[in-house]
Design a protein around this ligand. Structure first.
Ligand code: AMP
Ligand code: GLY
Length: 423
C-alpha cells in the first residue's frame, strides 16, 4: 500500500512511524514533512494548505489511503477533496471540522446539547463585548472564534486586559477574520487532561489520556508554547472520571454532531478541565494533538492503519483498539529563545538510541546532516512500565541530543509523578 500523510511536525512523524509498522505499507509520502520525517517517509514540499496540489499528487502517485493531520487542511476541506478524487482518508470532512474551526459553533453545540463547558457569551460587536466585560467576574477568558495557531486564548487577570484582548482581536484584527467573533467565557480551574478519541460517528473509542505542558518554563511559568512535553496516561484521569466523560461528554458530542448533520469521523480531541463540579470541555480539536500524539501512539498496541481504516469505513465498533498499560513521556527540545525570537540552522547530532525515539518537528536535512529549522525542534520519547522510568529514559535520551542553544523543560511529568506518589 502507498500512504499519504499531510502535515509536517512531530505529530506527523509519530503518525508516520506508527503507520510504518503495518507490513502491507510499501511507501509513505509526507506533504510537506520535514528533514527528520525524511528518514521515514518521502517528503515532498507541498504545503499543508495547498489542497489542489495534494489531491493532484495523491492521484498521480496512486495513493491508497491518506491521513490529514493538521487543523488547517481539515478546515479547508482536504478530506472532502481527496474523498471526491476516490482516495479514502482519515479525518473529518469540512462540515465536521468546524467543531475546532469555530469556537462559536462548538460553544453553541455544547449549550444546545447540555455538554458541560465554561459559561460564555459570544460577541460580534465590539461595544457589546466591552460592556459585558464590565459586568463579568475576573479572571475572564477571551477567545477568538476561528483558528489562531493556538494563540487565540487570553486569560485576562483584569477587566482592562480583557478589553485590550477583545480590541486587539475585533478592532486590530491580530488574528485576521478569526477574531471577528469572540467568546468571553468563565475562568475554570482544575487539572487539565487531553483525551484523543477515535470515532466513526457510530461509536467512540478513547485513546489513553495524556497531559500537555504548555508553558515554556519549569513550574508552568512563562509564555504559552505549542507544547513543551507530554506524559501518558494522565494520573488525574481516573477510571471513574473516564466513565463520566464517556456518558456526559464523548457520546453526547458524537450524537450532537450527528443530529446537526455533521457526522464526525476521525480523531476527536477533548481538552478537558476536571473542575470541582465535574469534567468540562475547554476545547475540541478535530485532529490528533501535538505533542499528545507523541506519547499516545507509542502506547497503541493495535495497528494504527487498521484502526484508521475501520473509522473511514464506519466499522470501528468491531475493531480492537488496545493500549499498553505502561506509560510514555515526551520531552520537547526547542531552539533557545522560543517562543520568542530564536535562531535556526544549527546542526543537530543524536545518538542512535535518541534518534530511534525522536519525533522531529522543525528541522531540515542538507547533505545528510540535520539542521534546526523551527522553534520546537524535536520531541524525545520513551515508554516504560511506569511513568517514573519513562521520564528517566526520555531525559537520558535528551542528553544524547546536541545542537546550539537547545532548551528543554526539566520538569516534564513532575506534577503527574507527585499525584502518583500521593495515591
Ligand atoms: P485552548 O487554545 O482553547 O486550548 O486554550 C489554551 C489554554 O488556555 C488551555 O489549555 C487552558 O489552560 C486555558 N484555558 C482555556 N479556556 C479556559 C477557561 N475557560 N478557564 C481556564 N483556563 C482556560
Ligand atoms: N496540544 C494541543 C493541541 O494539539 O492543540
Amino acid at each position: 500500500m502507498k500512504l499519504l500523510v499531510i502535515g509536517g511536525g512531530g505529530r506527523e512523524h509519530a503518525i508516520v512511524k506508527a503507520l510504518k509498522k503495518n507490513p502491507a505499507v510499501e511507501e509513505i509520502y509526507c506533504l510537506p514533512g520535514n528533514g527528520g520525517i525524511a528518514a521515514d517517509a518521502v517528503c515532498v514540499p507541498i504545503g499543508a494548505k495547498d489542497i489542489a496540489a495534494q489531491v493532484k499528487f495523491a492521484v498521480e502517485h496512486g495513493i491508497d489511503y491518506a491521513v490529514v493531520a493538521p487543523d488547517d487542511p481539515l478546515a479547508l476541506g482536504a478530506v472532502d477533496a481527496l474523498t471526491e478524487a476516490g482516495i479514502p482518508c482519515f479525518g473529518p470532512d469540512k462540515k465536521a471540522a468546524i467543531i475546532e474551526a469555530s469556537k462559536a459553533f462548538s460553544k453553541n453545540l455544547m449549550k444546545k446539547y447540555g455538554i458541560p463547558t465554561a459559561e460564555y457569551e459570544l460577541f460580534s460587536n465590539l461595544e457589546d463585548a466591552l460592556s459585558y466585560i464590565d459586568t463579568c467576574s475576573i479572571p475572564v477568558v477571551v477567545k477568538a472564534d476561528g483558528l489562531a495557531l493556538g494563540k487565540g486564548v487570553i486569560i485576562a487577570q483584569t477587566r482592562e486586559e480583557a478589553k485590550d484582548a477583545v480590541k486587539s482581536m475585533m478592532e486590530d484584527k491580530i488574528f485576521g477574520e478569526s477574531g471577528s467573533t469572540v467568546v468571553v467565557e468563565e475562568f475554570l480551574t482544575g487539572p487539565e487532561v487531553s483525551v484523543l478519541a477515535f470515532t466513526d460517528s457510530h461509536c467512540v473509542k478513547p485513546m489513553v489520556s495524556s497531559m500537555d505542558h504548555k508553558r515554556i518554563g519549569d513550574g508552568d511559568t512563562g509564555l504559552n508554547t505549542g507544547g513543551m512535553g507530554t506524559i501518558a496516561p494522565n494520573p488525574f484521569y481516573t477510571e471513574e472520571i473516564a466513565e463520566e466523560c464517556m456518558e456526559k461528554i464523548f457520546l453526547p458530542t458524537m450524537h450532537a454532531m450527528n443530529a446537526e448533520g455533521r457526522p464526525f469521523k476521525g480523531c476527536l480531541y477533548f481538552g478537558l478541565m476536571l473542575t470541582e463540579k465535574g469534567p468540562k470541555v475547554i476545547e475540541y480539536n478535530c485532529r490528533f494533538g501535538d505533542p499528545e500524539t507523541q506519547v499516545v501512539l507509542p502506547l497503541l498496541e493495535s495497528d494504527l492503519l487498521s484502526v484508521m481504516q475501520a473509522v473511514t469505513e464506519e466499522r470501528l465498533e468491531k475493531e480492537e483498539v488496545i493500549f499498553s498499560r505502561g506509560a510514555a513521556a515526551c520531552v520537547v527540545v526547542a531552539s533557545g529563545g522560543y517562543p520568542g525570537k530564536y535562531a535556526s540552522g544549527y546542526e543537530i547530532t543524536m545518538t542512535e538510541d535518541a534518534k530511534d525515539h525522536t519525533y522531529v518537528a522543525g528541522a531540515k536535512v542538507e547533505a545528510g546532516k540535520l539542521y534546526t529549522a523551527g522553534g520546537r525542534v524535536l520531541g524525545v520519547t520513551a515508554t516504560a512500565d511506569n511513568l517514573k522510568d519513562a521520564l528517566a529514559k526520555a531525559y537520558e535520551r535528551v542528553d544524547g541530543i546536541r545542537f546550539e542553544g537547545a532548551y528543554c523543560r526539566k520538569d516534564i511529568g513532575k506534577k503527574a509523578l507527585s499525584v502518583l506518589e500521593d495515591k
